[in-house]
Structures are given as structure tokens and as C-alpha cells.
Design a protein around this ligand. Structure first.
Ligand code: HEM
Length: 326
């Protein structure tokens, strides 16, 4: 299997920066060359600030893929599955490039983000930047620990990475979905703790899962715990982090998987609910404001983007000024 980008399966960090870009007309050849160099840039800073556990991920938007790489496309890559039911919405946005920079030092993230933007700036529009942070012992801003039931150890790779059998050409890659959720913490904080715990199906302080009998059908962990036809849990690898300031707070939801279908099935179960209309009551207190789908290709794929024909195409665009010598 090809080598995956290290950030996909990495353990959580203290700080994150998410950069979302659209590519300007006619700049794709430059972007191919630039993206091929980003893993080396991440590696260089990971080495320089070795205690910061820096990781980076580069991903290509589903709707931009064909322009970016017209010859071949990951088998299952599709636009973000927008959904709407009553006041529960999952909007979809067109974003060409996703860059995730995480580490345990905010200054390191800042330096690396600046370098990424320097590299890309003449060819992209920065659509959105989200700064995220670890909150207490890995909690969402609702106060509940997020990530407890995430796959662990080798299972992280199994869940997140495309294998040779699934799609040989894109092995080592991963299907990525993001959503920026905005919480209504004023409303959330008016409800008593037991009701909050019912919303998640777990206890708040000590993070114990409710028993099956206790767990409401509307609990988030009920709606997001779905079995496939063989009776196996449908898993995704979540790398979400809280974000916010004194005006707006929420969760930057990030999920990696070896198929985009898992995310779609879980989101459908949250928004539309079961046959009896039991939807996810967490959605009464938070709302997705954005959503986008990407593919994060392997390191081998990114390296192969740099080639002579690209270099010829980008003559005159200033690619020769991109160096790693900072
Ligand atoms: C504001 C948005 C969200 C918040 C605050 C949130 C928070 C949480 C929390 C606190 C847990 C329990 C602990 C854990 O196992 O991680 C959890 C579990 C989970 N969440 Fe979310 N989540 C959000 C959105 C989503 C979305 C959009 C999906 C998938 C489409 C999702 C999928 C899951 C899964 C698969 C679990 C594990 C369920 C289990 O097996 O118990 N979450 N989430």
C-alpha cells in the first residue's frame, strides 16, 4: 500500500489550523507542483520543532478533482451529501483545497500556515481559516469528551485508509468530510446536566456510556452508532476540534474514512433519524454552517504530481521561487 499522509491517523494535538482555498483560473498546474512540495515542508518543520508533534494534511475538493487530475479519480469520490429535514441542515460548499495543520504549539502552526499561504497565495483565494484548540481533557465545548469511541491503534489505519483491494491507484488515500458546527451554548447551558447526558447517551464528568436500555433513541451516540448488513459497526476516524471566540463557538468536525459512504449513512441517521422519526437531539443545540468533501491522497501520489510536464506548464508563473530554505 502507498504511504499515507501522517496527519490522517495521528493522535489528537493541542492546536489546529484549517485552511480552505479555492484555486484561481488557470493556476492548477502551479497548484499541482506546489502541493507536491507540501509534505516536505511539513516534514522540515516537524523536524525543526520536534517537540510540537506537527502534522499536516493536504486534500483535494470533490468538485475540483477532475480539473486537478483529469486522468483518474478516486472511485467513490463525490460531492458533499447536502441534507435537510425540518430545521436540521447539512449545507454543502464548494472548496477546492483543504490544508490541515496541527501541532502542540500555536506558534508552530502559525509559522507553517504562513509558509503554506506564501507558497499558494498567487494562485488561490483563502475562503476560510479556522483556529481550533484542545479543550480540557479532549472535550467538545458542550463539556462532553469527544473521540472516546474513535478507532484505536491499527484500527485507525484500517478505518481511514483506502487499501490496494479497494482502489489500487488511490491506496493510502482517505475520503475526508468536514463540517463547521456552530453551537448554541446559551441554550445548551439552560438545560440540566441529566438532560445534556441524555442528548449524548454518556455521563458528562466521568464520560461513562449509558447502557443500551438507558440510552434514548435520540441520543447522539445512538444515532451515530449504526451497523451494516453484516452487523459490523460503521466506523469513521474523527479528528474534530473545538474552535471559537467570545462571539461564536463550535466544533470543526473532521472525519476520515476508506469510503465516503460511512459518513453519509451516519449523517443521514442523525438528521433524518429512524423510521419513527427519532433524530439526533444534539442538533437542537448545534447547527452545521458549512460542509465539504475531499480526498486526501497518499504521499506517493502527491510526490508524483511534480514532473517535467508540470514544470514546463508553469514556466513564467514563478514556481522557481518556491524553496524550502526558510
Ligand atoms: C457538533 C457536532 C458534533 C459533536 C459536538 C459531537 C460530539 C460527540 C461526542 C461527545 C461523542 C461521544 C464520545 C465519543 O465516542 O467520541 C460522539 C460520538 C460519536 N460521533 Fe459525534 N459529534 C458531532 C458530530 C458528529 C457527526 C457529524 C458524526 C458523523 C456523521 C459523528 C459521529 C460520531 C460517532 C461515530 C461517534 C461514536 C458513537 C459510538 O459508537 O458511541 N459525530 N460525538
Amino acid at each position: 500500500m502507498a504511504r499515507e499522509q501522517f496527519g490522517i491517523c495521528a493522535e489528537p494535538n493541542l492546536h489546529g489550523t484549517y485552511l480552505l482555498f479555492n484555486v484561481l483560473d488557470d493556476k492548477t498546474p502551479y497548484i499541482r507542483e506546489a502541493l507536491s512540495r507540501l509534505p516536505a515542508l511539513f516534514e522540515m518543520y516537524a523536524d525543526r520543532f520536534s517537540e510540537a508533534n506537527l502534522i499536516g494534511v493536504v486534500a483535494i475538493g470533490a468538485n475540483y478533482w477532475d480539473e486537478f487530475h483529469p486522468d483518474t479519480r478516486p472511485k467513490l469520490l463525490e460531492s458533499f451529501p447536502a441534507m435537510e429535514c425540518e430545521d436540521r441542515i447539512a449545507p454543502s460548499n464548494n472548496i477546492d483545497l483543504y490544508i490541515e495543520i496541527r501541532s502542540d504549539r500555536q506558534d508552530t502552526n502559525h509559522i507553517v500556515s504562513t509558509k503554506v499561504c506564501d507558497l499558494l497565495s498567487s494562485s488561490v483565494e483563502l475562503i476560510e481559516q479556522v483556529q481550533s484548540f484542545r479543550f480540557l481533557d479532549g472535550r467538545d465545548l458542550t463539556g462532553f469528551v469527544d473521540g472516546t469511541e474513535n478507532p484505536k491503534g491499527q484500527q485507525r489505519r484500517k478505518v481511514a485508509l483506502v487499501t490496494d483491494e479497494l482502489d489500487k491507484e488511490f491506496s493510502g488515500g482517505s475520503y475526508l468530510h468536514i463540517q463547521r458546527y456552530k453551537h448554541n451554548l446559551t441554550l445548551w447551558n439552560t438545560i440540566e446536566q441529566k438532560k445534556q447526558e441524555d442528548v449524548f447517551g454518556r455521563s458528562k464528568i466521568d464520560n461513562i456510556e449509558y447502557s443500551n436500555e438507558e440510552k434514548p433513541l435520540t441520543a447522539h451516540t445512538k444515532r451515530a452508532n449504526i451497523k451494516d448488513k453484516q452487523g459490523n459497526s460503521i466506523e469513521i476516524l474523527r479528528q474534530s476540534m473545538p474552535y471559537g471566540n467570545m462571539k461564536v463557538q463550535g466544533l470543526f468536525f473532521v472525519s476520515y474514512c476508506n469510503t465516503p459512504e460511512s459518513f453519509e449513512v451516519l449523517l443521514d441517521s442523525m438528521i433524518f433519524g429512524d423510521d419513527q422519526g427519532n433524530f439526533d437531539h444534539m442538533l437542537k443545540y448545534t447547527q452545521a454552517e458549512t460542509g465539504a468533501a475531499f480526498f486526501a491522497p497518499s504521499l506517493n501520489f502527491l510526490a508524483a504530481l511534480s514532473n517535467k510536464s508540470n514544470a514546463a506548464e508553469i514556466d513564467g508563473l514563478g514556481i522557481e521561487e518556491i524553496t524550502l530554505d526558510f
